[in-house]
Design a binder for this molecule. Structure first.
Ligand code: HEC
Ligand code: HEC
Length: 288
């Protein structure tokens, strides 16, 4: 069929016809060509200036030599250098000196809070107050001491961790391992409860006291005050790792307990571990 003029639009048709439908010969609008050309020019320019085409093991580097990795590395290095002005003091200065230095402590609080949130809060809680199975780091008698050095050591090697120098501690399973029978455990539970709350003395508690002296005092101390040399908790305060109700205490004695605190040696840098130790000392000092 020959091209002819469409009576409605007045345009020429292409001459094609399908089932009585004819196709108008409408050219692509000029602006489309314009944008195509601009776009193509932009692409060619970009390919020449910026890293663009993969070439097997390498790629075209571009005339501007733009390298995101290099600029990130440079920025990280600059940040580390800037930080070193105070982190080097944290690394070498005596803890007591740092704790007295208001400007340094402001940095410790800010950085310590972030480090704690990123690495420790999932177990110890945002405010370091602990939760079931995880001790509070700001209140109660500390397991392993609350000096900067003791905290630094715990953070470095962990507790029952896979670090060769890990601190180790374990509460034996008196019930499961058949060291004490159920009645004896009931008595000792009653005695342990009486250590932290005013309960009228009973025969059972007296029996529990004897059993405690024979089985528990070696680790927990005569009065149940714990021993921070070997990471044994105080049973006379109202802070509990695993719970102070009869059922939880019974569970601790029946099944034993062994908390795991990871080692941060190698996972956090020296200055970061020192900041965390100082941060915790400071938190405890200001804890209500
Ligand atoms: C996977 C959970 C977990 C993470 C993460 C964790 N901890 Fe612990 N942490 C524990 C447990 C469990 C204990 C108690 C171990 C025990 O019962 O003997 C503990 C104990 C401690 C102690 C000793 C407390 C005392 O009273 O002496 C300190 C200090 C401590 N953690 C600091 C930290 C810091 C700082 C971080 C972050 C860098 C951290 N922990 C991350 C589980 C964790
Ligand atoms: C070999 C030392 C050792 C002996 C003996 C021992 N304990 Fe423990 N006990 C521990 C340690 C260590 C923990 C802390 C375990 C942990 O945090 O993972 C603990 C934890 C506990 C807890 C849990 C405290 C809390 O805060 O939740 C109770 C309760 C307890 N012991 C009672 C006893 C009683 C009662 C006896 C004697 C029948 C006893 N222990 C004997 C080492 C000992």
């Amino acid at each position: 069929m020959k091209p002819e003029r469409d009576p409605v639009t007045g345009r020429l048709t292409t001459g094609h016809e399908w089932n009585g439908l004819t196709e108008l010969d409408t050219p692509v609008p000029k602006p489309v060509y314009f944008f195509l050309i601009v776009f193509l020019l932009f692409c060619v320019g970009y390919w020449l200036l910026m890293p663009a085409w993969p070439l097997g093991t390498t790629y075209t580097k571009g005339l501007l030599h733009q390298d995101e990795r290099a600029s990130v590395t440079a920025r990280v290095k600059a940040a580390a250098e800037q930080r070193a002005s105070w982190t080097s003091m944290i690394e070498v200065d005596h803890a007591a000196t740092v704790l007295e230095d208001a400007a340094l402590m402001a940095r410790v609080r800010e950085t310590g809070r972030t480090l704690f949130a990123d690495n420790c809060a999932m177990c110890h809680g945002m405010e370091a107050r602990g939760g079931p199975g995880f001790p509070s780091l700001v209140s109660g008698t500390p397991l392993w001491g609350a000096t900067t050095d003791a905290l630094f050591q715990t953070i470095m090697v962990g507790i029952n961790s896979d670090h060769p120098d890990s601190r180790t501690s374990q509460m034996p399973a008196f019930g499961r391992d058949g060291i004490l029978d159920a009645t004896q455990i009931d008595a000792v539970v009653a005695y342990v409860r009486s250590l932290s709350q005013p309960i009228a003395p009973t025969d059972r508690i007296a029996k529990g006291r004897e059993l405690f002296a024979a089985n528990c005092a070696a680790c927990h101390g005569e009065g149940g005050n714990g021993n921070s040399e070997i990471g044994v908790p105080d049973l006379t305060d109202t802070r509990w790792i695993y719970g102070g109700d009869s059922a939880s205490i019974r569970q601790s004695i029946w099944r034993g307990r062994q908390g795991h605190m990871p080692s941060w040696d190698g996972r956090l840098q020296l200055w970061q571990r020192r900041v965390l130790a100082l941060y915790l000392v400071d938190l405890r000092r200001h804890a209500p």
